[in-house]
Write a protein that binds this ligand. Structure first.
Ligand SMILES: [Zn+2]
Length: 200
């Protein structure tokens, strides 16, 4: 199977091969446990995968660590919230993951001047004012539906939270962090290195 990310080596969309026979836990109603081996030649470590009987991944063990580029200048609250969103996703706490990912999105957009109180309004402003590059617009429109925060607990769009929606919002947050922080950090480092090589 292909996993989003290997929890050991961090390679994304990694191919794995089943190492041991799948075991059906009939008590859990169609849950399959796979013991998979990461096919990154430098890793080759084992991953325990809990999947539905139609092959949808529910959880993996150990949990995937959602780490950002340690060299990039990313504000610590964004780093912390992103990591926690990833941990919640790995633990199967999809509502909690969505809430943390929304915090990340809101912090990122606020940093870019989209200071609207509601995340959904901040996303709209980011699209309208081209804070988000065009390639992100279709995804941003999809994410809007998870971005509403109502006063009443039932208005917060969390009722339908599932692995797919939590994963989608987390990946969107990752893209924004990459665009707003990781790329500028890499560009600044390149410039610095160029200047250093000119003066020596
Ligand atoms: Zn691996």
């Amino acid at each position: 199977m292909i996993l989003d990310q290997c929890p050991h080596c961090g390679v994304r969309s990694v191919q794995t091969t089943a190492r041991f026979v799948e075991v059906l836990c009939s008590r859990d109603g169609g849950i399959l446990w796979h013991l998979e081996r990461c096919q990154n030649p430098e890793c080759q470590r084992l991953i325990l995968v809990e999947a539905s009987n139609i092959g949808q991944v529910r959880q993996i063990f150990p949990f995937t660590q959602y780490q950002l580029d340690p060299k990039a200048t990313v504000p610590q609250p964004i780093r912390d919230d992103f990591r926690e969103a990833g941990l919640c996703l790995g633990a199967g706490c999809f509502k909690a993951s969505l809430v943390m990912s929304r915090r990340v999105l809101q912090r990122c957009l606020t940093d870019q001047g989209c200071t609207q109180h509601k995340l959904v309004d901040a996303i709209d402003a980011a699209v309208k004012d081209s804070v988000l590059c065009k390639a992100f617009h279709p995804l941003a429109n999809e994410i809007r539906q998870y971005g509403n925060l109502g006063a009443h607990p039932d208005d917060d769009q969390l009722v339908n939270a599932n692995r797919e929606s939590a994963h989608q919002v987390l990946e969107f947050a990752r893209l924004l962090i990459h665009e707003f922080y990781e790329i500028p950090s890499s560009a600044a480092l390149l410039k610095q290195n160029r200047q250093a090589s000119k003066t020596t």
